[in-house]
Design a protein around this ligand. Structure first.
Ligand code: ATP
Ligand code: MG
Length: 372
């Protein structure tokens, strides 16, 4: 665990959740969460070596910077869900630690570690579940109040090789048979993104086979034509790792409910795929034209969903073929700018695709030939 220099004379500061779990598992943590038994915002203001970056008054949380490290510091709180599937509201800020951990998702994420003494505080049996590799919710309404926990469960089961214990599995099954679609899909998206960005075929298989897909759609996804993760691994250097999840998600037949949460880049990847998914190009020139302006994620999607041979042909052989002649050069050669220019480029491109070694001079003479 990273050494953090904070003063806690009253012994009220604890590491909480994932960071404690990860230390016990011996894996590295993505982020550090601390909780303060009391008002964390007031506490943060008393600290000398701390920069306050962001305050969320209603939730009593504060993001701080200590010796270059950004950390989330929360006040202990209890919560209540006025509307299942949406954000909870705070009942009591600064409550006892024992109450705070009850609002968490799984027992393994409800462990605390005293910041000063290092003592592990386990109110929910998290240590035992960690040992037995089990995911256990803290109460029977857990998934009803916050269905994103189902996807979090999937994420942790894949990341750590854990399993839902039987009662939790049953609660999940019951919820998935009666999903209430009035929920915050923004939160669902965040968890799906983190889960599928792991690039795990197992996560996608469990998503389908355990019925977790029902959180977003009633239509089950087909098994993809090919395992997705090796294709993504092969082309990892070409794509944005933050977009991996979209390749898995778009393999679903119905993602309507998540679309409003997409940003422009995400929308472009998905819409470009829908546009070309049924095209069957006849030759390399058509393959090139089909993919030329498309994001690489779209090409990979086409590969895993429609035709892998065509996608890999483009990515391995055609993608880097580029014409070197320009419109300016055609003008300098005495040709008037017109729609014919793009026909001319296509004419030269066709030749270049079959003979990639064509020189600039060769391209110019082909252009002349075209206009002749
Ligand atoms: P990661 O390693 O992915 O960050 P994490 O368990 O730390 O895993 P965070 O999203 O950072 O996950 O959340 C920190 C803690 O907040 C969790 O360990 C858990 O105690 C609690 N938490 C997060 N999301 C939920 C949720 N949807 N319901 C209940 N508790 C949650
Ligand atoms: Mg975390």
């Amino acid at each position: 665990m990273k050494i953090i220099n904070l003063k806690d004379t009253q012994n009220k500061l604890f590491y909480i959740g994932g960071v404690v779990r990860d230390e016990l598992l011996g894996t590295e943590s993505f982020d550090v969460d601390l909780t303060y038994v009391g008002n964390a915002i007031e506490y943060a203001k008393t600290l000398e070596n701390v920069e306050i970056l962001k305050v969320n008054e209603p939730f009593g949380t504060v993001r701080i910077k200590v010796e270059g490290e950004e950390i989330d510091l929360a006040s202990t709180r209890s919560e209540f869900y006025p509307k299942n599937g949406h954000l909870p509201v705070v009942c009591e800020l600064g409550c006892e630690l024992k109450k705070d951990v009850q609002r968490r998702d799984f027992t393994i994420n409800a462990l605390a570690k005293n910041f000063t003494t290092g003592e592990i505080v386990d109110f929910t049996g998290g240590l035992e579940d960690l040992k037995n590799k089990k995911l256990r919710v803290l109460h029977d309404k857990s998934f009803i109040e916050d269905p994103t926990r189902i996807i979090r469960g999937l994420k942790f089961s894949v990341r750590f090789g854990f399993e839902l214990e039987p009662h939790t599995k049953n609660l999940q099954k019951n919820y998935l048979e009666n999903v209430n679609y009035d929920m915050s899909f923004k939160r669902v998206k965040k968890e799906i993104k983190e889960t599928f960005n792991l690039n795990s075929d197992l996560a996608f298989e469990k998503f389908r086979e355990d019925g977790i897909y029902r959180l977003i759609s009633k239509t089950p996804p087909n098994a993809p034509k090919t395992a997705i993760s090796p294709v993504i691994k092969k082309y990892a250097h070409l794509l944005n790792p933050q977009n991996i999840w979209l390749i898995y998600l778009t393999a679903m037949p119905d993602i309507e409910r998540l679309l409003p949460t997409f940003d422009r880049e995400e929308m472009r990847i998905v819409e470009s795929f829908w546009e070309i998914q049924n095209f069957c190009p006849q030759d390399d020139f058509e393959i090139y034209k089909m993919f030329e302006q498309k994001p690489v994620e779209t090409v990979i999607l086409y590969g895993v969903m429609t035709d892998l041979g065509t996608a890999t042909r483009y990515l391995d052989k055609l993608k880097d073929i580029k014409l070197t002649i320009t419109g300016k050069e055609l003008v300098a050669m005495g040709f008037k700018p017109s729609k014919k220019f793009s026909d001319c480029f296509d004419f030269v491109l066709r030749k270049k695709i079959t003979t990639p070694a064509l020189s600039h001079e060769d391209e110019l003479s082909l252009a002349r030939e075209f206009f002749a």
